[in-house]
Design a protein around this ligand. Structure first.
Ligand code: HEC
Length: 190
């Protein structure tokens, strides 16, 4: 009898462990959001100085080469360190291996664009959902003056040449100040 009860309990426990989580309480949600935001901050705090240094050292065309190595490397390192899957996505991708949004990400990016056109501040734009036992979080990234060197309308010829070399499928140009360039998209298994 006891074995039967224990066996049954085991079945119930393993079933609930396997069933994917569909909801979490608000406290958990706030904690996850904080964690995701701090990873995004860490990404920016690491990449921006590297980009700045490369820009000062060799100009934007040189910095594109630096960025083409540093950005994917940093994403992999941070993912390993934190256990979160980390992506940067865009409706107009530069890196077509990493930055193409899935359907949820696409709909959120479209919403960010509509909000930006309505005058909402990009720094407040974020979204989250729970899907297939994962928590997913997105945060908008907008265009500031420095971004225009590599994502703007009037790119220098050597920048155009570097983009052609490293990103032949590049779509991430012709942006104007304040527009939404893309978003961070982070996922954690619950
Ligand atoms: C020196 C040129 C340069 C500057 C300046 C620059 N970027 Fe980029 N950006 C790149 C390159 C190169 C990539 C592709 C990196 C990769 O392969 O992951 C990229 C990729 C991105 C992506 C990932 C999505 C995609 O399309 O691949 C986002 C988001 C992004 N940049 C936002 C910005 C923002 C916001 C700024 C200004 C704060 C900025 N970038 C400034 C060169 C630049």
């Amino acid at each position: 009898m006891l074995f039967k009860v224990i066996g049954c309990l085991f079945v119930i426990l393993s079933f609930s462990a396997c069933a994917s989580k569909t909801s979490i309480d608000i406290k958990q949600q706030v904690a996850l959001q904080k964690e995701a935001t701090s990873i995004i901050q860490q990404f920016a705090n690491t990449l921006k100085p590297q980009l700045k240094q490369a820009l000062q050292h060799g100009g934007p065309a040189y910095a594109i080469e630096t960025c083409s190595k540093a950005a994917p490397l940093l994403t992999t390192q941070l993912s390993k360190q934190t256990g979160w899957s980390i992506k940067r996505v865009s409706l107009k991708a530069r890196n077509h291996h990493t930055a193409i949004p899935n359907s949820w990400e696409k709909s959120i990016l479209q919403q960010f664009n509509r909000d930006q056109a309505d005058g909402k501040s990009p720094s407040t734009m974020q979204a989250s959902r729970i899907e297939n036992g994962t928590y997913q979080f997105m945060k908008a990234q907008s265009v500031t003056p420095v971004c225009l060197l590599c994502h703007g309308e009037n790119l220098k010829p050597d920048v155009v040449a570097a983009l052609k070399k490293y990103y032949p499928q590049d779509q991430a140009r012709y942006y104007k100040l304040g527009q939404i360039r893309g978003a961070f998209s982070l996922t954690k298994q619950l």
